[in-house]
Ligand binder design. Sequence first.
Ligand SMILES: C[S@@+](CC[C@H](N)C(=O)[O-])C[C@H]1O[C@@H](n2cnc3c(N)ncnc32)[C@H](O)[C@@H]1O
Length: 279
Amino acid sequence: MTVEIRSAIDFYERHPISCEIILAKLKAARGHLDRLTPDELFAHDQDHYGGLAANDALAERAGIGEGTRVADFCAGLCGPSRYFAHRFGADVTGIELTPARVRGAEELTRRVGLQHKVRVVAGNVMQVPLATRSVDVVVSQEALLHVPDKRRSLAEAYRILKPGGRIVFTDWVAHRPLSDADRALMWQGMAVTDLYDLPTYAELVGRAGFVVSPVEDLTREWSEILKARLAMYQKLREDTQAAGTAAGYDAFYESYVRFVDLVNEAVLGGGRFAGQKPA
Ligand SMILES: C[S@@+](CC[C@H](N)C(=O)[O-])C[C@H]1O[C@@H](n2cnc3c(N)ncnc32)[C@H](O)[C@@H]1O
């Protein structure tokens, strides 16, 4: 296991959004956890900026509908996967690296009765455990930033897509090179690997074989969202500290505060990328 993969797992094993925390919040709000619905989870299980609207944007660009076979790269707790299944009737397989998140995704999916439409497979998106030409769509939200070899993961997306299939994903981008200190902070606090600017990233998608759609710059949109998200982490931080702070959490917080600044300054930002495998 490489140091990048180990760091991503370490980071997500102690991430403040977890299955246990989601269920504890829901239990506190409704008194019990019987007959949970997917809609009740959606306020809590989306680990990306823009929540359900960001899922709708991916679904629209990818043409996700009833019966679409979707692979969700870096699925986390499978919040987006469950949404694509519940809202559009898609058949979704999440690929997720971190064991705690695989277990959490399974539990949340089972609790809302979507296990016939959503499954999570433990794995690495640089070596996807799915058959060649087996899916219609590959999606991913804000996760490839952790993947050290994005070329390999794009090549894997291309391999598992059927001819004519689409890839649509969001990811962090670096509009300008980071200083050494900021790069170190992002790596130590949030397991961030190499980042690209928008044109370079789009070129990588094209080099993997896809016909690339115009890239969407999400930086300004994220900047607003991040301010609210920082406030949420500040609150979670207080809660976590009250419950006994997990090791490494301060490094996360410090890097997150800097990340929000860097997005506000448009040094870092986000992009939505879309491509189609030729028919
Ligand atoms: C920011 S979360 C996004 C989760 C999900 N896409 C969502 O929007 O709710 C990033 C996820 O990527 C996973 N991850 C990181 N590197 C990975 C890899 N190489 N292969 C598969 N999953 C990975 C992490 O474990 C984490 O759950």
